[in-house]
Ligand binder design. Structure first.
Ligand code: AMP
Ligand code: MG
Length: 410
């Protein structure tokens, strides 16, 4: 049985080998009026600077622009000859013994090579008296010092966050080429399931995986295709999986354990699937399977809702990211101090519903009591999963532990 790290690496290896040679399909999106249209998407071009940034020598303070040599010591007195403000430069030259009042964002006048902040200067009639010495090069950014014209400001394959959109706007882009969202089919299986809107009988339950998975797909940058519930019946399962294979990735939940009605793996095999793993050394989520069927990546996730959530995050997210042209990266775990001792049974790695908080500024994590992998409420009470590695099952309170933040909450 693979460790979760090895299983995740296997997903990345196989998808890269089978998918990454042709770049992902792209679309051009106009976003100036509605940046949410591209927020979180993966950019599929190198976005370049249209000119030098800053486009002129730009003041970073409110103060006085002058020649540093004129104010080598505190106490210098310089003639005030004009002002430079953002958008409206001073057109003259700062000659020896003179200075120009300057605002943040304004062009540095010719002749000046230093700015003294307002806090160290006072105007006395036609003069400015400085309480501090000037330093050459202080408080302005030279033209092109941030970015040169033609330089890449967002590299292909990066996710578009608010800063990326700001720089795209800065360099004059109102459209961006982004990877098309991979369509991720979500099919739940189980004779006991009813749709959220339907009234369950006593022994039926509502299909919640359908919903959590669609949300997780969206958060990971995919386009969810919700296919509802298939019964535990080989012929129907086959027909529904065939329909799911029209998408770019297939996620089936339930029916992957060793129970009498766990038919998913067998049906997929009959449909020509090749599997790369069919169990992972984790709890929850041990029966997770990954394979390719009819040239599409297929994941069979255990049906218990918390298992579904964890295995999706570990194994399906990298597949979605790779299909968007995002570069592979390790699972983003953070560190927090354990609020209590931990003692889990080997040989599985555990992902326990947990809450991280910062009571005194330092991250502290506390596991939430849970009744096992069917207990969605335990995840809701928390905001992360505490990772108890198979190699380190006993930890004392106060030791540092890994946590997997819940996507979308931080
Ligand atoms: P399975 O993986 O099919 O053996 O299901 C394991 C447990 O998860 C059972 O208690 C199922 O009733 C439950 N379960 C399976 N699928 C779903 C679903 N889509 N939504 C909520 N619970 C589910
Ligand atoms: Mg089932």
């Amino acid at each position: 049985m693979l460790s979760y790290e090895a299983a995740r690496a296997k997903v990345i290896e196989i998808i890269c080998a089978r998918h990454c040679a042709p770049p992902p399909p792209t679309e051009t999106i106009e976003f100036a009026a509605d940046p949410s249209r591209v927020l979180g998407r993966i950019v599929a071009e190198d976005v370049r600077a249209d000119r030098n940034y800053p486009p002129f020598n730009r003041s970073t303070r409110d103060g006085f622009a002058l020649r540093a040599a004129d104010a080598a010591q505190a106490g210098a007195k310089l003639r005030l000859i004009g002002e430079s403000r953002a958008g409206v430069p001073f057109t003259g030259i700062v000659e020896p013994g003179t200075c120009v009042q300057i605002m943040t964002g304004a062009p540095l006048p010719r002749g000046a090579n230093s700015i003294v902040m307002n806090e160290y200067a006072r105007i006395e009639g036609e003069f400015v008296v400085l309480d501090a010495a000037a330093r050459e090069g202080a408080h302005f950014v030279l033209e092109g010092q941030e970015t040169r014209v033609g330089e890449s400001v967002i590299a292909r394959g990066n996710r578009l966050g608010y800063a990326e959109l700001a720089i795209a706007a800065q360099v004059g882009r109102s459209k961006l080429v982004v990877a098309k969202k991979p369509r991720v089919a979500i099919l739940s299986t189980g004779d006991e399931l009813v749709a959220t809107g339907d009234a369950p009988t006593k022994y039926q339950i509502r299909n919640s995986n359908n919903v959590s998975l669609a949300a997780q797909v969206s958060l990971a940058g995919g386009d969810p295709v919700m296919l509802g519930t298939a019964p535990d019946n080989p012929a129907e399962l086959r027909a529904r999986i065939q329909q799911a294979l029209e998408a770019d990735i297939v996620v089936v939940t339930g029916g992957v354990s060793v129970g009498k009605y766990d038919l998913v793996e067998q049906v997929l095999r009959e449909m020509g699937a090749e599997f790369y793993f069919d169990a992972v050394a984790i709890r929850p989520g041990k029966p997770a399977v990954f394979g390719f069927c009819q040239a599409k990546p297929v994941f069979g996730l255990p049906g218990n809702p918390v298992s579904t959530m964890v295995t999706f995050e570990l194994f399906v997210v990298p597949a979605i990211e790779l299909l968007c042209g995002h570069k592979p990266h390790p699972l983003a775990l953070l560190k927090a101090k354990l609020a209590h001792p931990v003692n889990e049974k080997p040989p599985l790695a555990h992902f326990l519903p947990a809450r991280v908080s910062w009571p005194e500024g330092e991250a502290v994590v506390e596991a939430i009591h849970w009744e096992g992998s069917g207990d969605i409420g335990s995840v809701v009470k928390g905001n992360c999963f505490l990772v108890v590695h198979e190699t380190r099952q006993v930890c004392a309170a106060g030791e540092m532990a890994d946590i997997l933040p819940r996507r979308g909450l931080f």
